[in-house]
Write a protein that binds this ligand. Structure first.
Ligand code: ARG
Ligand code: ZN
Length: 457
């Protein structure tokens, strides 16, 4: 007996992230973004066309994109689509014809706006600088410059191409498939390409006047570093003394974590008093100049580049698992300290264990369940790293580094959860580690450390 076929249904306005229910969308899966822009720093005006290649994951009558700027047209599979706004950042698109599950989607969105005036999640994440702009943020940034399925669970490859006034650089992730090309009188187009799956928040744009250094690593990968011309000389020297060592630090990290997962490397040091943090933007982290206030800081370079493995290649399945990014990147700093004879991981552990007051957030927050408020809090960073150190003590160096490398290898380009990490650690070590992880990751109080551990060093 024939079953009546169910009617196509709308995709959902979120992927089901516990912390950010309306981030990302359901009903389709993106494989590639082609983002083509023109940007004028003097007016902060951005115009663009983003073409999204995707596949329907259900019989789809309608789908959402996450975006804030004004949209002038949307086409789906070569026919005009209708679109409306819902809530703050949802663009609801109804294709002329439904798309069957498994069917291809080519979505073309044309738009324009002044990104710094758009408010989403209570603020604007687009940063205007004296000479340009920065689109660098976590977890929100894509909404201000390209329409997307904005959640790390839907990674895709990217082409980013930006036309900017002559004399200004436009920098993004990956490689340059072609050198900058003068296109119209006064404007030059810069083209960038990411060859490996990339989360939407790890896709960045830096427009401004930058001094650029380039190189090729021993393994043949292109290195592209950029330093804002607005940096004063002492910041500039300290920044160079750190970021110029990216290839060396990535090489060392490759010996610890396994092969570097991407096609290029480098760093961008942003104008003073603009970006307030560093971000592990794929293949090319962005650094606040504040990190270089007191001279060279290779720890932040080790941190952001460790994220290339942990965060960028192995991404969170949901934002609550963020300690898998920040705990690992912080522990990479401890390992870098150990390698440089600046203090062992054990010494750093003991210092943090003894120094944080008993009522500090690090102890009252469970790293694996930090909540939105503490997503980037000390529990996620420092207690995340402390958890890894406790694991190392429990299973020994050989098993510990085997766990870390196997994690990077088996979850490469994927999305992971805390539960999967615990299962892997137990499998490789052959030990029951429930009590350790329960105390360190899931309990909102200060774990007790055996005297013998706390006192040794
Ligand atoms: N993932 C970045 C890092 O640790 C931090 C981003 C901070 N984000 C924020 N909204 N403050 O390197
Ligand atoms: Zn980090």
């Amino acid at each position: 007996m024939a079953h009546p076929k169910a009617a196509p249904t709308p995709g959902g306005p979120g992927v089901g992230d516990e912390y950010y229910p309306d981030y990302g969308n359901s009903g389709y899966d993106v494989s590639h973004y082609d983002i083509r822009l023109r940007y004028t720093p003097a007016t902060d005006r951005l115009t663009g066309t983003t073409t999204i290649l995707a596949k329907a994951t259900q019989d789809l009558s309608r789908l959402n994109l996450d975006f804030l700027l004004d949209v002038s047209s949307v086409r789906v599979n070569n026919r005009p689509a209708t679109f409306t706004r819902e809530g703050e950042h949802e663009l609801v698109v109804t294709p002329a014809r439904p798309v069957a599950a498994g069917g291809a989607l080519t979505i073309v969105v044309q738009y324009a706006g002044v990104p710094s005036t758009e408010v989403g999640a209570g603020y604007t994440a687009w940063i205007r600088t004296p000479d340009g702009a920065l689109a660098v943020g976590e977890p929100e940034i894509a909404w201000w410059w390209y329409p997307s399925n904005d959640h790390p669970s839907d990674k895709a490859t990217f082409d980013v191409s930006v036309s900017v006034p002559d004399g200004v650089e436009a920098i993004s992730n990956g490689i340059q498939p072609r050198p900058p090309v003068r296109e119209t009188l006064g404007y030059t187009r810069w083209s960038w390409r990411s060859l490996k799956p990339q989360a939407t928040y790890l896709t960045f744009l830096a427009v401004g006047q930058y001094d650029v250094t380039t190189d090729t690593t021993e393994n043949g990968l292109p290195v592209y570093n950029a330093y804002s011309q607005l940096l004063s000389e002492e910041f500039r020297f300290a920044a160079e003394a750190s970021v110029e060592r990216t290839a060396e630090i990535v090489d060392w990290e490759s010996t610890v974590f396994g092969p570097y997962p991407f096609e290029a490397l480098g760093g961008v040091v942003t104008p003073p008093d603009t970006l307030g943090f560093a971000l592990e933007t794929q293949t090319r982290p962005n650094y606040s100049s504040a990190f270089f206030r007191r001279g060279a800081n290779t720890y932040v370079v080790a941190h952001e580049n460790a994220h290339q493995w942990f965060g960028d290649s192995v991404s969170v399945a949901e934002w609550k698992h963020i300690w898998l990014n920040e705990g690992f990147a912080s522990y990479a700093e401890w390992l870098w300290s150990e390698k440089n004879d600046e203090g062992t991981a054990q010494e750093i552990f003991d210092y943090l264990y003894a120094t944080y007051p008993d009522d500090a957030d690090i102890w009252t927050t469970a790293p694996a369940e930090p909540g939105v408020e503490q997503l980037f809090g000390d529990a996620v960073y420092d207690r995340g790293a402390m958890t890894l150190h406790q694991l190392r003590l429990a299973v020994g160096d050989e098993d510990f580094f085997e766990i870390v490398r196997t994690w990077a290898a088996t979850q490469k380009y994927g999305n992971a959860t805390t539960e999967e990490f615990i299962a892997l650690a137990e499998k490789i070590s052959g030990e029951d580690l429930d009590a350790l992880f329960e105390a360190w990751l899931f309990t909102p109080s200060k774990p007790v450390v055996a005297q013998t551990l706390a006192l040794r060093s």
